[in-house]
Design a protein around this ligand. Structure first.
Ligand code: GRF
Length: 218
């Protein structure tokens, strides 16, 4: 069987724990994607160190070196294309992207968000979930569209909110699930099993059982 792995660029701005989960998953010989490049807009992002140690190519495109958002994005785009990147994974990348950049990668760019979209777009999702008193919270991997924290959903994981939760405790349990679902979503997309149909993603063939994505398990 011929097997070609999709070349993935991961964009980070900080700690990079989701990038790490992707790098670790891609070590499996049958994983349909390889992490070709880790790109950061922040030179001292902690995640870069991990990637380098793993022998993954890294690069910094510092947004502050550009006079406007679009020239920054053009530089990123050229870097990604120059490395033969086919899919982009945003993993804690803290820059808003213009419709131009999003259009270049339409259907080929994923993001992970620490909430069950379309609830709690934006920042501080765990504190807001506690304020609203939701009983179920979670994480979402979705295709990126010009609107922030929107776009066809590939995989979600749900986490029960506990009585004495703090944003930190809840966030840590959500993060653990992020590390499970991002590799899962990338696997589905890279092997062409996740197809966008309008606002929805259809998963073909084997797909995770819904109750496998709820923690603690029922
Ligand atoms: C994660 O919570 C992710 O969902 C959000 O930003 C955070 C990044 O964390 N988009 P890390 O850098 O991957 O550890």
């Amino acid at each position: 069987m011929t097997f070609s792995r999709k070349r993935v660029g991961v964009l980070i701005s900080g700690r990079g724990s989701n990038m790490r989960s992707l790098v670790e998953a891609a070590r499996a010989p049958d994983f349909p994607a390889e992490i070709t490049l880790v790109l950061s807009n922040i030179a001292n992002a902690a995640g870069l160190e991990f990637a380098r140690k793993q022998g993954v190519a890294t690069t910094v495109v510092d947004h502050k070196a550009f006079s406007d958002r679009e020239s920054f994005e053009r530089a990123m785009h050229e870097t990604l294309v120059g490395r033969g990147v086919e899919l982009v994974c945003l993993a804690g990348f803290m820059r808003l992207l213009t419709p131009w950049f999003v259009e270049q990668w339409r259907g080929r760019m994923l993001n992970i968000h620490p909430a069950l979209l379309p609830s709690f777009r934006g920042l501080h999702t765990h504190a807001r979930a506690l304020e609203e008193g939701v009983k179920i919270h979670g994480a979402t991997v979705h295709f990126v569209v010009p609107e922030m924290d929107a776009g066809p959903i590939v995989v979600q994981a749900a986490v029960a909110v506990l009585e004495d939760d703090t944003p930190e405790a809840l966030g840590a349990r959500v993060l653990a699930q992020e590390h499970r679902i991002y590799p899962l979503a990338l696997n589905l997309v890279a092997r062409g099993a996740a197809r966008v149909e309008g606002a929805r993603v259809k998963i073909e063939g084997e797909r995770p059982a819904p109750d496998a994505l709820v923690w603690p398990r029922a």
